[in-house]
Design a binder for this molecule. Structure first.
Ligand SMILES: NC(=O)c1ccc[n+]([C@@H]2O[C@H](COP(=O)([O-])OP(=O)(O)OC[C@H]3O[C@@H](n4cnc5c(N)ncnc54)[C@H](O)[C@@H]3O)[C@@H](O)[C@H]2O)c1
Length: 243
């Protein structure tokens, strides 16, 4: 028996990285998984390998959210787990942050999470089965992260929205929690890590960088009924960096 038997999960940004690992673990535990992304070719490939559906979804688009969630409910009858994973990370200190970079980062990392929670929560309430919303923040959403003003602002917003929404949706049996990854080796930080891996590891209690699967394991816990008494909480998975 799988941990997620009978559940339907939507994973944003699931074509690669942490989202792909989450989709794989969820599917392996019996969930019906729908992967979404803007990288259609890679998304189709990942979904094909996992035996999942793939749908195009730019998380910053309200109309795309409406049609994707409606499509998931039409195909599978319900939505139980929303894994808000999609995000961008374009490092820039305050003085070098263009308004364009600020707006784009907010649109994807913050508005994308808001739209996803609102659209999915409506569908979850209509279905009447409760649900689990998992938002991907960062340790940059728990402390100051040098050199990424816009990113840090959006990840703190995710931390705050999660706590607020958890208080509003609990009465519908919907839980909302955030995951706070440290340095996880994916395409997102490949350039940042290049040549600096040993120095980064030397600052960590656990002497390795994280893998997408480290995050997927926490996501699985939060998606499953094992975490049924947890909501509004921030779960850090960072090798002990933030403490
Ligand atoms: N890798 C890290 O060290 C790290 C640390 C802390 C938090 N995070 C967060 O983890 C999440 C996953 O990142 P990752 O490390 O797997 O990086 P990644 O770049 O491999 O994956 C991000 C995914 O989001 C998708 N995406 C980007 N813009 C999108 C949009 N507008 N609509 C839909 N999808 C979009 C990308 O196409 C990609 O598939 C992000 O929210 C990121 O901010 C990552």
């Amino acid at each position: 028996m799988g941990e997620l038997d009978g559940k339907v999960a939507l994973v944003t940004g699931g074509a690669r990285g942490q989202g792909a690992a989450e989709a794989a673990l969820f599917a392996g535990e019996g969930a019906t998984v729908v992967i979404t992304d803007v990288l259609d070719e890679q998304g189709e490939k990942t979904a094909g390998e996992l035996g999942c559906d793939y749908l195009h979804l730019d998380v910053s688009s309200e109309t795309e959210w409406e049609s994707v969630v409606a499509d998931v409910v039409a195909r599978h009858g319900r939505l139980d787990v929303l894994m808000n994973n999609a995000g961008i990370f374009k490092p820039a200190q305050l003085l070098n942050t263009s308004t364009e970079l600020w707006d784009r980062t907010v649109a994807i990392n913050q508005t994308g999470v808001f739209l996803g929670m609102r659209t999915a929560a409506r569908a979850m309430i209509d279905a009447g089965n409760g649900g689990s919303i998992i938002n991907t923040s960062s340790i940059a959403g728990l402390e100051g992260g040098f050199g990424a003003t816009a990113y840090g602002a959006t990840k703190w917003a995710v931390t705050g929205m999660t706590k607020t929404v958890a208080k509003e949706l609990g009465k519908h049996g919907i839980r909302a929690n955030s995951i706070h990854p440290g340095a996880i080796v994916t395409d997102m930080i490949a350039e940042m890590v290049d040549g600096k891996e040993e120095r980064m590891i030397s600052r960590q209690p656990i002497k390795r960088l994280g893998t997408p699967n480290d995050i997927a394991e926490m996501a699985l816990f939060l998606a499953s009924d094992r975490s049924s008494y947890c909501t509004g909480q921030a779960f850090t998975v960072d090798g002990g960096v933030h403490g």
